[in-house]
Write a protein that binds this ligand. Sequence first.
Ligand code: NFS
Length: 624
Amino acid sequence: GKNVSERSIDPATRAMLLEADRAGIETAWDRFDKQQPQCGFGILGVCCRNCNMGPCRIDPFGEGADRGVCGATADIIVARNLLRMIAAGAAAHSDHARDAVLAFKKMAEGEAEGYQIKDGAKMNALAAEYGISPEGRSPEEVALELANVLLSEFGKQEGPITFTRRAPAKRQSVWEKAGIDPRGVDREIVECMHRTHIGVDNDPVHLLLHGLRTSISDGWGGSMIATDVQDVLFGTPTPVMSESNLGVLKSDEVNIIVHGHEPILSEMIVAAAEDPEMVALAIEMGAKGISVSGICCTGNEVLMRHGIPTAGNFLQQELAVITGAVEAMVVDVQCIMPALGNLAGCYHTKFISTSPKADFPGTLRMEYHEEKALETAREIVRAAVENYPNRDPGRVNIPREKSGCMVGFSAEAILGALGGTPQPLVDAIVSGSIKGVGAVVGCNNPKVQHDFGHVNLVRELIRNDVLVVTTGCNAIACAKAGLLLPEAAKEAGPGLRPICEALGVPPVLHMGSCVDISRILVLAAALANHLGVDISDLPAAGAAPEWMSEKAVSIGAYVIASGVYTVLGTVPPVLGSPEVTSVLTKGVEGVVGASFAVEPDPFKAAKLMIAKIEEKREGLGLSA
Ligand code: NFS
């Protein structure tokens, strides 16, 4: 067999990898091994396929071609490729946001059964940002007008994007000075594609600046719109207890997994699974009930708002099916492996795809539209329940491991817990009890041991009195490791520990899905505004220890564009260009006050982040 302990630090994952091996089933780790050695040109980013004179590639050893057919150098090719990654990532977040706003609009028009305004106060606060008054109007009328102005952010041709005005004034002028204040979400993404077409933008720095502009339209635009509209529709998260890891799957209940990214769907599945009629049907089928759990960020969405358990992070999606206990894997968009189709075919699992945008081999398509949301959700749940008798008890192998977690820390919940003002947090930072804030986020990647970077980096930070905020697959890794429990305070340093214990909160705060990194931006802006400084002055640092997606590239770009130093744990495909590498790790600091570092070792990454936090403390005149 394979050395499963090298592949993951998570015992549930190791157990299922052994099971996969026994059953002769291939996972992402095996396919990763079969890809070795991965293409050296691709790793360095020096392969260009943007026109049909190519593909061209630059010889990194300086012996062969040093230019593509059009004359593009390694620097140009690498910068163009990176810009396309940012465009794809920003598009994914923002297209998700667009659908959330369209659902919100249909709700306002009374055409989306099952959806409602769950957080009216937040809706009115958003409306006020747009100068819309709720005075003398029904909530639906306000919602409709708000939906229309939010929709217009995507197609705006001239800025600003309204939510970028949430950034401190100093940050906004940094963007204006650099010419990277975004004008409209779709416009910046389209311009990425235009600039990278053969024969358009061929200056690496010029290309990278537009990358930053596009990423800002994601973080302070698309992603932020997604978060806020979803809060209005489904409620702004508040602290709630739950459980995490494959052990949340039930041996005697119908297991439905929601996987992907959009709460628009998963919220309705959760509602339909609670329907007494469906539960009765499950009992009729011989099950004790219906259990919904999540994977990836749609899992985070329902975890944050309802305490629905999370079965695992990105690299565990196949393993969930291999438990043999999943009646339906229901997916929408993003981070869903096409491998699931074949795999589900080896078990009784129904692989149900729902988005009009995302099809996969081997799925049962049950397309999902807001007009009939609840109806479709009920059909999906019914399909899962009716599949229960097909489960082969002899093939069921659910790992025992699961961990409790406290989640639901929206910016509102954090500020609320502090008494409505960032002052107590500021006091703790000034006194040095809390050294600073570390934002640790991002994916899994079989290039590195699963969860090793996530868990060790976070542990090091809290041990050194750095409060950690987390989202995405990092948050799930932390949940599985017990770091999201209030008891994890005992792993925190002598300054952070008593604060967590007094508040009854964990030292690692789960702020949501990846689009919810916008919550971290809002929190950072609140802290900076309270202190009258820029975000780049705050004792804060970011990290993505196991990132892999293009969305993560856009996130990394907007985090540094927002002024926060960011450490990447896997190497981005830029090393083929000395110029791009140097701009990203040094030069960009002079433009936006932050830069990237690459450090695969989480212990060293923690040191880099802490050193940066200490440098910022010094800058603010605070003791080290
Ligand atoms: Ni973020 Fe969520 Fe996970 Fe990475 Fe994918 S689920 S949006 S991209 S893999 S953290």
